[in-house]
Design a protein around this ligand. Structure first.
Ligand code: ADP
Ligand code: MG
Length: 690
């Protein structure tokens, strides 16, 4: 990558006025180090302070400037006194509410006083409200702006004024140093790169507000396209480099596979067979398989993974199977031990909790090739783990890991060869997003559930009826059913989660003394978790109180009832995962979502999606609509933070252009690709080792 030392856009941020060592440190923490980075720090949204909106035309949830006069203002007494003022203009009446105020404020708001205010209007039962608007007691034009006001994403201590000053200076430098326009001659746009950047930071006075709000302005589309192309290219490049590596072609000889299939109590579904066929085809090649298996919860991905695993083992190769939680990894360990028992295959276990001499012994077995299969957590790709002949890496619940973690594991193969890679995910990524997030992988879909499953019935219940629910659970368990009771907290901390679950378990034990109630959370030791899960599997425990540690992968087919407390706090994809712990057997299953009131309009809509649908793809799409891609992909782990300009699903319609533009760039301007990737993905590229 060429870095032009003399390019002022690449100069360190300390060249900007007002950026001293302390601020520089904070900006660096946010990932901004060059002048150019400030230019790519785009406003999150815009405020329209350019014009006055008549009260009668205020829209729910929209910020606006209002001018009128005070009709009356008074302090409503109570535990928390509130200043309430009624403002009128010729078109209507608006209520202002202040929970923090000075007495003088109330006194100044005499009836008839002119007032100009800016805030977000909310429709309430009685009419229109604004809570804590900015205001001034005059109706001059002084408060009106010429253009839309950009609002930048920021962190505590760095105000909007600072971002405006920084971007102002960076824009000046930009105007004297036009950067290379990588899309020139490749994609059509009325905006050149630098014009588009300027437009987004400083929309002109006549900018079409509603188009900008909908993310559909040509300047936004221009930059979003470039950004998505960069991400797509970054993964495509990674893929091309991996595919160019050598891998051990694995054909398998069927010696284990045949007996294994006969030993199973079920027949593979057609979808499973098709996907296994695709994997077999891939693994037979001397270049690495890069395959993602998407399958809804309960579609039987573990069996598909086992078939791939067996094929490699038959060929005398080693396999690593990595899961995101210890609980799930342990469950895989048990499943594979049981499935592979007749063939005397060496299986090793490695998690962060395996330490000291035990760890040394496991590492030796792995490096000497004494074990064919290694199952574990993140610990698998840490320092010191060396394989004798690793030829297949399987990553379960891939969305919990990042690209870089998968790559770290592939480095474990000896010599020049790369292992084949199979990643499994139950969080179905809508097609649009997967084109960006998983452009480096071939994708197979298990689009069929094993036969005999009855869809889970989901019911929404107000938490005021908790006692009633407890009695229903008691009766169901007494009647032979097994149930999960899931406790959730906003701030997921192992400690607080565990405390909440403990308290709930104590309460349930008190109210349902006849039941055998188990408890599982992240603070238990591996052995403790294992024994609780074993007791639940065997039916000795009837009701299992759990934190979200059971979210992924846990498979107890006899459990048919799940209660989720505070479901409104979780994402839909996560709720779907959790709910997928039931409905795995032939028994009709139920899920009760015990929500807290009051529930916002959007909160209710989201839970309604859960009630109406059992389709992971549909639910993921809705989740994307409600919360954006970062949440769905588990932003922190994937490194794919929310985009800087691009919005999904708003920019879905760009995705075909993304693919063709990327193809054209690769073909006609290969040198631009690296620069584009660096410009937009920065650090992510550092992860691309191969
Ligand atoms: P997931 O895709 O969510 O990881 P699992 O692999 O845990 O699902 O499978 C869910 C359950 O379905 C397991 O108990 C598994 O043994 C069972 N199963 C898998 N494939 C089939 C099949 N073809 N027929 C019946 N049951 C199956
Ligand atoms: Mg699974």
């Amino acid at each position: 990558m060429t870095v032009n030392e003399s390019d002022p856009l690449k100069a360190p941020l300390s060249v900007l006025r007002g950026v001293g060592p302390k601020l520089l440190g904070r900006l660096n923490e946010l990932g901004l180090s060059q002048v150019e980075d400030v230019l790519y720090h785009f406003p999150l949204r815009y405020q329209d302070r350019t014009r006055v909106t008549p009260i009668g035309s205020l829209q729910d949830g929209v910020e606006a400037v209002v001018r009128g006069s005070v009709r009356l203002a008074s302090i409503v007494p109570g535990r928390r006194p509130t200043l309430v003022a009624k403002i009128e203009d010729s078109t209507g009446l608006l209520t202002l509410r202040f929970f923090h105020f000075r007495r003088a404020q109330a006194q100044q708001m005499k009836p008839g006083t002119p007032i100009t205010l800016f805030g977000q209007a909310r429709r309430s039962g009685t009419g229109l409200d604004m809570v804590h608007p900015e205001y001034r007691l005059d109706t001059t034009d002084a408060g009106l702006e010429q253009a839309l006001t950009p609002i930048y994403p920021t962190v505590e201590g760095l105000g909007q004024g600072l971002w405006r000053k920084l971007t102002e200076q960076a824009l000046t430098i930009l105007s004297q140093n036009d950067p290379e326009d990588m899309l020139e001659g490749v994609a059509e746009s009325p905006f050149a790169l630098s014009e588009a950047i300027r437009y987004l930071h400083r929309p002109p006075p006549d900018a079409p507000v509603s188009q900008i709000r909908a993310w559909q302005h040509p300047a936004q589309l221009r930059l979003a396209l470039e950004e998505l192309v960069a991400h797509h290219l970054s993964l495509q490049t990674l893929r091309a480099r991996e595919k160019a590596c050598h891998a051990t072609a694995i054909s398998g000889n069927g010696t284990i596979a045949q007996g294994f299939l006969q030993s199973l109590p079920f027949e593979p579904t057609r979808a499973q067979e098709r996907v296994i066929g695709e994997i077999t085809q891939d693994m037979g090649q001397p270049s690495p398989m890069l395959r993602l298996i998407q399958g809804d919860v309960g579609s039987g991905k573990t069996f598909v993974a086992a078939m791939a695993c067996i094929r490699a083992i038959e060929s005398g190769q080693q396999v690593a199977l990595m899961a995101p939680t210890e609980l799930l990894a342990e469950q895989h360990l048990q499943t594979f031990r049981q499935w592979l028992a007749p063939w005397n295959i060496g299986i090793a276990w490695l998690s962060g909790k395996v330490k000291g001499r035990a760890r040394d012994a496991v590492l030796r077995e792995i490096s000497e090739g004494a074990v064919a299969l290694v199952i574990g957590t993140h610990a698998l790709f840490q320092e010191g783990v060396e394989f004798a002949s690793l030829a297949l890496v399987i990553v379960d619940e891939q969305h919990r890991f990042g690209v870089h973690q998968r790559l770290a594991l592939t480095e474990k193969a000896p010599g020049e060869a790369l292992p084949h890679q199979l990643v499994l995910t139950a969080t179905p990524i809508p097609r649009t997003l997967s084109m960006i997030a998983y452009a480096d992988l071939d994708c197979s879909v298990i689009d069929e559930l094993p036969p005999g499953r009855t869809p889970i019935q989901t019911t929404l219940i107000d938490s005021h009826r908790r006692d009633e629910v407890i009695q229903r659970v008691g009766a169901a368990c007494a009647g032979g059913r097994q149930a999960y009771w899931v406790c959730t907290l906003i701030e997921a901390s192992d400690k607080l989660d565990a405390q909440a679950a403990e308290a709930t378990a104590a309460l349930l034990r008190e109210q349902l003394p006849a039941l055998s109630i188990g408890l599982i959370h992240g603070r238990l030791s591996g052995a403790e978790k294992e024994s609780v899960m074993a007791a639940f599997k065997s039916g000795a425990v009837q009701l299992l109180v759990a934190t979200t540690v059971i979210e992924v992968g846990v498979d107890v087919p006899n459990a048919s009832l799940m209660i989720i407390e505070n479901p409104e706090r979780l994402g839909l994809a996560q709720l779907h995962q959790l709910r997928g712990r039931v409905g795995r057997g032939a028994i009709a299953s139920h899920c009760l979502l015990l929500y807290q009131t009051p529930l916002s309009q959007q909160g209710r809509e989201r839970l309604e999606v859960m009630r109406r649908s059992n389709d992971g793809f549909y639910i993921a799409e809705q989740d994307l609509r409600f919360r954006g891609p970062g949440e769905l992909l588990g932003t922190r782990q994937t490194g794919l933070t929310s985009f800087r300009v691009a919005q999904l699903p708003e920019h879905d319609s760009l995705l075909d252009d993304v693919v063709t533009t990327a193809e054209r760039l690769l073909k006609d301007h290969p040198l631009r690709c690296a620069l584009l990737i660096e410009r937009w993905t920065g650090e992510r590229q550092a992860f691309a080792r191969v």
